[in-house]
Design a protein around this ligand. Structure first.
Ligand code: ATP
Ligand code: MG
Ligand code: FE
Length: 332
């Protein structure tokens, strides 16, 4: 099958073409309009998707050297994400498929983040555990087969991506904060400062407390030395990042032991974090894990992962009807 896939859940408008499981194109338009607000403004995201979608889809078909008439199906992200943003991809996919007389496939964005691992080799073996870490989610997922996944642990409040972004903002780093904090952290001492993190039962997480502890810590230090943040920015970033990574991996280690699974993957935007990637390699040696880390371009939002999920769904005959609508809180 040749499938056109569209991603529009947040602030990336993306389209991809996949042929028999091989990704032929992956065009991503990142919306710059949100930078001046320090975060994604839903209404502006929706309008930018409207402007971007036709050029992005055209480019994806052109790059893949595929014409509309060759398409077998059109896939789109149904959720989770921002309603107004999802509506653009969903409506476009439905009308495009209707015009071409081909089926539509609704894809779960979080499932797709995990299936990004099947775009390139090496591919994880089933069952595997995937730590999905992004702007809106933090989950440990037991992946039994491409379309059979179970969330065994998750955050009870903020996502880890949010913790990265919000602490970065507090430190005066420009939006998007996560990648900026990562860069500064590479130059600092991870043991310079200690920050407490909430401990949740089982495989669950809590990341709302660290924001507050960083805030109070900074307020106290700045009172004594107004230049504290400027002078210690790298050490603060390294320490925050160290704490977040340690917390994430502690539960993953526990899950791996309990379930006796050593196939370990990471997915989602935060899996682009160099500290997390590096630490996971160390853990691979320590715990005898086989680790799978996606290529950078498949960590943050992209349509290639939606295409990959759609490919598996196509093979199962899992199609949607023209009555389908976005589901902002869609679960795995
Ligand atoms: P979700 O997938 O949960 O719906 P989303 O689509 O907004 O949320 P992604 O695009 O998957 O999230 O990931 C974006 C998040 O990844 C942001 O929080 C961003 O700061 C974070 N991120 C990206 N690169 C890095 C990095 N190098 N270090 C830390 N965080 C990063
Ligand atoms: Mg984004
Ligand atoms: Fe995402």
């Amino acid at each position: 099958p040749v499938i056109l896939a569209i991603e529009s859940s947040c602030d990336e408008t993306s389209a991809s073409v996949i042929k028999d499981g091989k990704v032929l194109s992956n065009i991503i338009a990142t919306q710059a309009v949100h930078e001046q607000y320090g975060g994604v403004v839903p209404e502006l995201a929706s309008r930018a998707h409207q402007q971007n979608i036709i050029p992005v889809v055209s480019q994806a078909l052109l790059t893949a050297n595929v014409t509309k008439s060759e398409l077998s199906a059109v896939a789109f992200t149904r959720g989770p994400g921002l309603l107004g943003a999802l509506l653009i991809g969903c409506s476009f996919a439905k009308s495009f498929a209707l015009g071409l007389g081909i089926p539509i496939i609704e894809v779960n964005h979080m499932q797709a983040h995990i299936l990004a691992h099947f775009i390139e080799d090496p591919k994880p073996e089933f069952p595997f555990l995937c730590l999905t870490v992004s702007g809106g989610h933090t989950q440990i997922v037991l992946v039994k087969s491409p379309l059979d996944m179970e969330v065994i642990g998750q955050t009870t409040d903020d996502a880890v991506g949010e913790a990265f972004d919000k602490t970065a903002k507090m430190l005066g780093l420009p939006y998007p904060g996560g990648p900026m904090l990562d860069k500064a952290a590479a130059l600092g001492n991870p043991k310079a400062f200690a920050f407490p993190v909430g401990n949740m039962p089982g495989y669950d997480y809590s990341f709302s407390g660290i924001k507050t502890s960083v805030l109070y810590f900074l307020q106290k230090q700045v009172k004594e030395n107004p230049a504290f943040v400027q002078e210690n920015i790298n050490d603060i970033c390294a320490s925050v990042q160290f704490t977040l990574i340690k917390t994430l991996l502690k539960k993953l280690v526990q899950a791996s032991k309990d379930l006796n699974i050593n196939q370990i993957a990471i997915a989602g935007g935060v899996s682009a974090n160099s500290g997390l990637r590096h630490t996971l390699q160390e853990y691979a040696k320590k715990y005898n894990w086989q680790v799978y880390i996606p290529a950078f371009q498949y960590c943050t939002d992209n349509a290639a992962m939606i295409a990959m999920a759609a490919h598996f769904q196509f093979l199962e005959g899992d199609f949607a009807t023209q009555y389908v609508s976005p589901e902002p809180r869609m679960k795995i």
